[in-house]
Design a protein around this ligand. Sequence first.
Ligand code: BDR
Ligand code: CA
Length: 304
Amino acid sequence: PRKTIIDTDPGIDDAVAIAAALFDERLNIKLFTTVAGNVSMDKVTKNLLKLLAFWNKEIPVAIGSDRPLFREAINASDIHGITGMDGYDFPESKYELLTKNHAVIEMHKVLMDSKEKTTIVAIGPLTNIALLLRLYPECVERIEELVIMGGALGRGNAGVLSEFNIAVDPEAAKIVFESNISLTMVGLDVGEKALVLPKEREQMRKMNRTGDMIDHLFRKYRGGSLETGLKMYDGCAIAYLLEPEMFEVKESYVAVETQGTLTAGATLVDLDGYLGKEVNCRVCVDVDEEQFRDWFLNAIKKCD
Ligand code: BDR
Ligand code: CA
């Protein structure tokens, strides 16, 4: 199994990604780290600990950055609800899983603790990952692959051209994209297509208690619709990690806009080479929707 760290801001679609990752035998999740994003640090951490209590999983959780590098935090409680995961009555959070050290220190420990390289999946703003790369530049060599849910080839969902995770902390994203790391971007364009339609939603709901829990959360989710399909943005990053064949991927230079007064947080995916720079990213440009839905249902089936 692939040694993996998940950096997250749960978040309804984060919960789905975590479910799919936790119960897949191809992944060995060593650590979760939290980052302020969808809601505040206290809330996202509490949500992650609730999810781990729900599944009774004993994986360490390290608290990371409670705000972006330079900017004021913005959140998405209009979409994920005031708590970030409204709509389900979870068991008490497993606070005993919290580590003493900051997320960046714990990530560094995992990266260094064996010969095997580590894969990081980042499904929130990139603040922790940027700090990791600045504090411990040697980590670049230790990371097998960084898979991010973030960015967009076309239009955004937090601004006209910016996707939420990048828009929250564009400077952090810039550090990450310029770091020479082995990087894959699973952005909005595929996230918008990775829909769970009413038929599959019905199957999911009846499948097991995880399916039922996810169904409850999505009833409160205001970014998608139960009729037109549930958007599994973060789940897509896990789908890519496990079954990359279902995605069409192009290599490209990607720049992050940090200066624009209207466009900060935009990701410029330079597929035609206008900027004359070396490739720094694998970019998912399309996903097979049927295959995604099959993968999703199988992933939930494995949960308990
Ligand atoms: C991303 O923003 C968040 O609201 C979701 O959890 C996902 O990570 C989609 O733009
Ligand atoms: Ca997220």
